[in-house]
Design a protein around this ligand. Structure first.
Ligand code: THU
Length: 160
């Protein structure tokens, strides 16, 4: 038996003010995208913005449904929007932020498990990781090198 360890490095910024102009712009786009949220049931808004390799930014937000399991997370909305607007484009970075009217979220909010899986699929498809920026409503920002760090031992097409 071997004991093995997996670890990863990520960047921690005390606020968006410490980010590069490029990352800050993407995070701002995610924040602006909160306005696109349709969240009459949870009231929890999630904004996501993807930067394409050509510099273009595509954004989206969560879309809820009275039939709760049909709710679409912001991350999957934006990943589908990319395939719709720029089929096959490589996403170099993805920013995600949240807003909860009931409590001020001051810590970075990470994507749900299902979205991690969809991010993984896109990274496999584009054969490149995407930088992932996470923030709550305000406060610290985490930057990850790629979706793999959010989903170790991921399931992927190589098993099929
Ligand atoms: N939500 C997202 O948009 N992304 C996530 O990764 C977690 C959850 C949305 C779905 C639903 O509209 C609301 O947040 C509450 O779960």
């Amino acid at each position: 038996m071997d004991k093995r360890t997996q670890s990863f490095e990520y960047e921690w910024f005390e606020s968006e003010g410490e980010l590069s102009a490029r990352d800050r712009e993407l995070l701002c786009a995610a924040r602006d995208a909160l306005a696109k949220a349709y969240a009459p049931y949870s009231h929890f808004q999630v904004g996501a913005a993807a930067r394409l390799e050509d510099g273009r930014i595509i954004s989206g937000a969560n879309q809820e449904n009275a039939a709760y399991p049909m709710c679409l997370c912001a991350e999957r909305v934006v990943l589908a929007a990319v395939e719709s607007e720029a089929p096959g484009a490589v996403i170099s970075a993805l920013a995600i932020c949240v807003y909860n009217p009931n409590q001020r979220i001051r810590k970075p909010a990470a994507p749900c498990g299902a979205c991690r899986q969809v991010i993984h699929e896109k990274e496999q498809r584009q054969r490149a990781p995407m930088r992932i920026l996470l923030q709550g409503e305000e406060g610290p920002v985490i930057a990850l090198k790629g979706g793999r760090d959010l989903l170790p031992f991921a399931f992927g097409g190589e098993f099929l």
